[in-house]
Write a protein of this length. Structure first.
Length: 232
């Protein structure tokens, strides 16, 4: 009799344990929606713009006996390149300009610069008959996806990096972890391939990068045009 009572008690406890376990399982929420795959929203929309912008982006190398420096630029027309003033600051050094995808190069010389705006125009000795040249726009907004193309770490390769516009001060636009050494003078483009800024500087410790805004570029180009001789 005692054995029967013990057996019934054990079965009762087991039954209560199973019921409790089922209750706990039922309290666990079930996943009804599939988690989206991580995918940068700009990667597809920028594909054509990147391909076109690479063709008008040039890589710059200044070569000297004691030093060399690397940078980037964009074609304004068949014989002129826009870059940063600090890229072409070493006078007397030979400046080589490489056209995409790198098979042809030209010699360049700075013909106009503004150290405050950190912009310069380089004239090249080999005309480039491109389908289109650099197009600038002042239309942009904070948080807008952008792409930077440049000569990252002076590697003489066309590197691409994604980011967003973080803000600006009128003269410059800001982004985060977008550019590195060698990218100076390279374009920041929107999804339509229009240049919103030119890579100029970075604060590595803060992860903040700056680009000369297209509005500043417009002012610079207007000042340059005024220095040209008037055609009769």
């Amino acid at each position: 009799m005692r054995r029967l009572i013990r057996t019934l008690a054990i079965l009762l406890l087991l039954g209560l344990g199973i019921a409790g376990w089922k209750r706990k399982v039922m309290l666990v929420p079930t996943v009804r929606a599939k988690a989206p795959a991580t995918h940068y929203p700009a990667s597809d929309t920028f594909r054509e713009a990147i391909a076109n912008t690479k063709k008008l982006t040039v890589l710059i190398s200044t070569e000297g006996w004691e030093t060399w420096d690397r940078g980037t630029g964009v074609l304004l027309d068949s014989t002129h390149v826009l870059t940063c003033a600090h890229v072409v600051k070493d006078e007397g050094n030979m400046m080589l300009v490489y056209f995409y995808p790198g098979y042809v190069l030209a010699h360049g010389k700075a013909v106009y610069s503004d150290s405050f705006k950190d912009l310069a125009i380089v004239e090249i000795d080999v005309p480039v008959n491109a389908e289109e040249y650099a197009t600038f726009t002042t239309e942009h907004y904070d948080g807008e996806p952008i792409v930077a193309i440049g000569n990252a770490l002076g590697s003489l390769q066309w590197f691409v990096n994604y980011g967003v516009i973080s803000g600006g001060n009128g003269k410059d636009l800001y982004s985060e972890n977008l550019i590195v050494a060698g990218d100076s003078g390279g374009p920041w483009i929107d999804s339509k391939g229009r240049i919103v800024a030119i890579s100029a500087w970075g604060i590595e410790s803060a992860g903040v990068d700056g680009g000369v805004s297209s509005r500043t570029v417009y002012d610079f180009l207007q000042a340059y045009v005024k220095t040209l001789p008037v055609k009769e």
